[in-house]
Design a protein around this ligand. Sequence first.
Ligand code: ATP
Length: 394
Amino acid sequence: MRTTQPAIQLSGVWKRYPSTEEPAVRDLHLTVYRGEILALLGPSGCGKTTTLRLIAGFERPDAGTVALNGQVVAGEGRFVPPERRGVGMVFQDYALFPHLTVAENIAFGLSSLPRAARRERVRELLRLTGLEDVPDRYPHQLSGGQQQRVAIARALGPNPQVLLLDEPFSNLDTELRLQMRAELRRLLEHLRITAVLVTHDQQEAMAIADRMAVMLAGHIEQIDTPEKVYHYPVNRAVAQFVGQATFVPARLNGVLAESDLGRFAFEPRASSPELVELLVRPRDVSLEADPQGIATVLSRQFQGSETVYLVQLPCGVQLQTSQPSYVDIPPGTRVRVRCNRARLAAFDRHAQIGVTAPPGSDSRPKRSGPVDENSSGHHAPSDNPEASTRATSR
Ligand code: ATP
């Protein structure tokens, strides 16, 4: 459970590897609170692993500071080596010792404990990670999920205050990934440990994390709850990275945003241009066959639990939407597009500039609410009731 005390703080951290021109991380500011599970999400090469390595002490920052529990461990002329940081790390390939058994792998980092205490701690870790039945097996005699549990147990052995996990599920098949995600989340909550998990899989980040930090080109673009990052991304790049996104143009007329999806009251955050774009996620709209509808179904792809439709809007945009699979509308059908959400994020070319509100709501511009200290000035609405807005034939 997240507290208000920072466990990890990176302030203005820069890191460039000697053989490269571009810094791997640039001006990184990141606070992870005690007990929080934070997912660091971003495409390959954006600097996620470098960030973990800076926290663990495997890399030194060129500038800026890294602090753990309020103590600077790197920067300001200080550098605390990895073994004295109280940080456990689970590597992508698990890095188990092939010639040691499960119990011996787990005991590896516990050499400072007396023999009896070490045995007891290993037993406790085997129980905690569900490995009681396989203490004498070697890594090659284990399933992928069991190997991962050994790596986690070994990292937890010395009771670290912070656990860092680098793509912990990447070697597991889909079903096992889902199971291990849930298991890991339960374990971390049970131990109330602060964890940072690196992944390039947005669903994984959303499923496991209290908050997620989206990193692009060495910089954290947004850090917030998965819900806010998904529905109210700070810019188009984040919107596009964390899921399917369609941008539907809207014209601002006073405080009304008029679009092919209907008219929305608009709550601006900055001086707004006349033309904006509304972010529409696949589940944000529903379709209804209607000869008077303004849109046309272009294609339909049955996918089992849902059906994906591509719909042509009069503005020229092709909208991708997921509908329950019992909704069966053939291509070529005229449809009514109904917006299911009360608020949609609105963008200019670069940044999110406000949100829409449902028709009938108070459309006077509101004063900005509290801004999450870590959210790059992003202001998401505090309430978000489901509402229905109709786009009908004009
Ligand atoms: P991935 O998801 O592919 O693991 P990442 O987001 O974790 O990527 P990093 O491994 O942190 O990214 O790499 C960030 C940048 O730094 C990349 O351009 C990478 O090529 C470069 N880089 C990483 N490690 C080194 C190194 N030891 N020497 C030189 N360049 C490196």
